[in-house]
Design a protein around this ligand. Sequence first.
Ligand SMILES: [Zn+2]
Length: 337
Amino acid sequence: MVPRMSEKASVTHRGAILLGKNIACDAFDESKPLRVVTHAHADHMVGLRQSLKSCERTLMTKATKDMIDVMRSPLFLMGGMVETMDFGKTIQYGDESITFFRADHILGATQVLVEDAEAKRIVFTGDFRIENTPVLYSDVLVIEATYGHPTCRRSFGIDVKASLVNLVDKGLKTGTVYVFGYHGKLQEIMQILHKAKITVPFIAPERVFQVSKVCEKHGMNVGHLMLSTEREAKQLLETNSPCVAFYHMESQNKVGLDNFRICVSGWEFDSAIRRTGDKEYIVALSDHSDFNGLLEYVRRSKPELVITDNFRVSNGEPLAREIRKRFGISAVALPKK
Ligand SMILES: [Zn+2]
């Protein structure tokens, strides 16, 4: 039984999640006519240019398409046949059907369900947070394994969002607060602060600003956001006035060096907030499930076989081991390292 199931999905050495006969998710694979982009993070757009050129179709949500249009260029996706899919709507390809289901990760993120000719359900979770992601029943489950190591368990039960708001409030008393994070998460923070009635101006450089506008278009509320090159924004930053400046993580050593600084990272498991300098903090706001959350998905999905994604973060092995031990379900980490 298992060997046959194991032919229904795989993860290649180039990071492609292969589902059924026709689909490669999140990296290019020459053997599959359909490419899926589960969301707009760079490690899920591997070989996208090549997929656009060689695949029959590239599938993604409308929000993911809009994100890629601003992160690359509107011309980029015109290099191929892109089809946008709504959550819950099924398309047929040969004797397989494909359906997207929402994943709580960043705007536009999706899970992928393939139902094959034998009515087997092959699921790829993509990146997700267990709390607000619908768990899909599966026969074969491919699951992300970012925090697939037993040390990746968040032990703090307190509300990270509330702690973040308090910290920003405290920082604003000293002037400008710089927040560093990845695309998608920065916009989530804008929304959290806006909802918490932090009314100071928000400032962002070009790329972060454009991604935020896409999030706004798709229903998020990112507050009163200004472009960092605008005169008023420049003045606020130069005079260290109370405002929040949102920058991509890669700028963390370039801007706001003397200011109140907050880095947002999921790789924190002991406390919601950790002080790393005089006016510098790390806040543990994650857009991934921790170790327990990953196991919870497997338990509720009831698969016959689990494949853990061992390409993106090398935590596939310990997660597969725990799944075998705890649930007695066949589990393998792919690709083999
Ligand atoms: Zn991601």
